[in-house]
Design a protein around this ligand. Structure first.
Ligand code: BGC
Length: 544
């Protein structure tokens, strides 16, 4: 077993870039309209060509797919839709041949209602797994035990007629929450994680990892004092509560330490998804002291809010709170409106996509790219009859759900379904996406895809960009001006124009800098000013 010092030194993941694969929509190898593990394996060369280091694969475990795999019915098997354990082993081994690490999703906080653990637990109040879930009696008037709400709408409690009790579900009714106060639950999860570590996975992405524990006394949440504009839609009352009792309980820290202990045996990593009212503080806690998670995955740039001041504030706040930990910044994932549309609006240009990629390379933290963002895919418009996401069905039409960012990857512009599948895809391939297909962009030296490859490779040459301290220059909107300092290296300056009009940014020391022309960005240095076209970016170097 490695001691913690060895593991702390072995922090290669700080220099890495993560690429998220949503398996249903990556590549369909068998024509059933749904992407699968052999499909991912057959496209690993493409992923490696991007220059990323870690592939995070969203859930592919046995599941009734009510939440498309985030409702796990067997933590140690592959759903037949996606293939077999042998397919997973083959994928893993090919990834390792290509120098890619594989990080799999672990949805520990809740499972599917058809998981054998829950089937047993709901049988009676005194079976061996009776307390593995969060069961509670109704109030005297029959209503749920407290005011907790589900992220997906409505009460977080569901009545069970056999036990004559309510059970907790922070997400769908079909996703009962496990009771982490029960030591056997913790151990069962650790055993299942060991199963995958033994198979050779390099790490885990921990889904909703601050939902593991709940307040044992089941106290009501108070009303929120702040409007949460991050993950919750305005039309969902979930955002109206301060979530101080239903999640983010202090007991989780000790459980995360147990996870780290297990990871250290295998030199593996974990990145925790944290969605909380004060998520930056929770992220700092969960990654503190080198004995819990290596990285926390931030929702804070998955917002509708888009401005230089906002991005700066998020990064500065995290840096102010961090206690030795590490963040992974992401601007896109399978739960958020595609960034091209969310931040880029109707007219998002390839220049905008390139600027965003360059900006992610300049932030301190491990960038996490979502499949298709390297192609500058926009949010797909999904007709009501094609909607699959239960969240979207509940909140339609005010919120159309998460399908628009989950549509299939376009591989070939001139093939049916843009080359994703020989069958009918589970979500329609967006017509506009065909023009962004890999086949088109591969052949175009100036494409967003080729820029993504270039800028990822370029970043690797400059440890300042992964290891350096980060600070910001005061700059008027829409300019984001960053400085990265690493002892013994040149200082890197990075300036981004987040707007659609040319800007000039002047500061006294700019004249001492040298434009890093090998970054391939359109910004120009002119005296003490950086001239940026619409959505332009510039990297410069000051002597050490
Ligand atoms: C995942 C979602 C999922 C939810 C419940 C999340 O944070 O990213 O896709 O619906 O957890 O498991």
């Amino acid at each position: 077993m490695n001691n913690s010092l060895t593991v702390q030194a072995n922090d290669w993941w700080r220099d890495a870039v993560i690429y998220q694969v949503y398996p249903r929509s990556f590549f369909d190898s068998n024509g059933d309209g749904i992407g699968d593990l052999p499909g991912i394996k057959s496209r690993l060369d493409y992923i490696a060509s991007l220059g990323v280091d870690i592939v995070w694969i969203s859930p592919f475990f046995t599941s009734p797919m009510k939440d498309f795999g985030y409702d796990v019915a067997d933590y140690c098997d592959v759903d037949p839709i996606f293939g077999t354990l042998a397919d997973f082993d083959a994928l893993l081994s090919r990834a390792h041949e290509l120098g890619l690490k594989i990080m799999i999703d672990q949805v520990l906080s809740h499972c599917s209602e058809v998981h054998p653990w829950f089937l047993e637990s709901r049988k009676s109040r005194d079976n061996p797994k009776a307390d593995w879930y969060v069961w509670a009696n109704p109030k005297a008037d029959g209503s749920p035990p407290n005011n907790w709400l589900s992220v997906f709408g409505g009460s977080a409690w569901q009545w069970d007629a056999r036990r004559r009790q309510y059970y907790l579900h922070n997400f769908l009714v079909s996703q009962p929450d496990l009771n982490f106060h029960h030591p056997e639950v913790q151990q069962a999860h650790l055993d299942n994680m060991r199963f995958w570590l033994e198979r050779g996975v390099d790490g885990f992405r921990l889904d909703a990892c601050n939902f593991h524990f709940h307040d044992r006394q089941l106290r009501d949440n108070p009303p929120s004092q702040v409007r949460d504009n991050k993950t919750v839609q305005d039309n969902n009352p979930y955002g109206m509560q301060a979530h101080i009792h239903d999640k983010t309980q202090p007991e989780n820290l000790a459980f995360l330490e147990k996870i780290r202990h297990l990871l250290n045996e295998y030199d593996a990593i974990a990145i925790g998804e944290v969605g909380a009212d004060d998520s930056l503080a929770v992220m700092a806690d969960y990654t503190a002291d080198g004995n819990k998670l290596q990285m926390a995955y931030s929702f804070n740039l998955l917002t509708a809010t888009y401005s230089a001041a906002y991005i700066r504030q998020q990064v500065e706040e995290y840096e102010a709170r961090v206690k030795g930990g590490w963040v992974s910044w992401s601007v896109g994932n399978h739960d958020s409106v595609r960034v091209m549309t969310r931040w880029g609006g109707q007219q998002a240009t390839p220049a905008f996509a390139k600027m965003l990629l360059a900006m992610q390379m300049a932030l301190k933290g491990t960038p996490c790219l979502y499949q298709g963002d390297e192609l500058a895919l926009t949010e797909a418009d999904i007709a009501y009859e094609d909607i699959q996401d239960p969240y979207g069905i509940t909140f339609w039409p005010e919120f159309k759900g998460r399908d628009g960012c989950r549509t299939p990857m376009p591989w070939h512009a001139d093939q049916p379904n843009a080359g994703f599948s020989a069958g009918k895809p589970w979500l329609p391939v967006s017509v506009e996406h065909a023009a962004h297909a890999v086949s088109v962009q591969d052949a175009d030296a100036g494409s967003v895809l080729n820029f993504a490859r270039h800028i990822l490779a370029w970043r690797k040459k400059y440890p300042q960009l992964s290891r350096g301290e980060i600070s910001f220059f005061d700059a008027p909107e829409p300019v984001l001006a960053i400085r990265r300092d690493l002892a013994g290296s040149t200082c890197i300056l990075a300036v981004f124009n987040l707007g659609d009009q040319p800007v000039s940014f002047t500061w006294p020391d700019a004249g001492k800098a040298r434009t890093m022309t090998d970054a391939g960005l359109p910004g120009q240095l002119n005296g003490n000013s950086v001239e940026l076209p619409a959505y332009g970016a510039w990297f410069g170097e000051l002597p050490a």
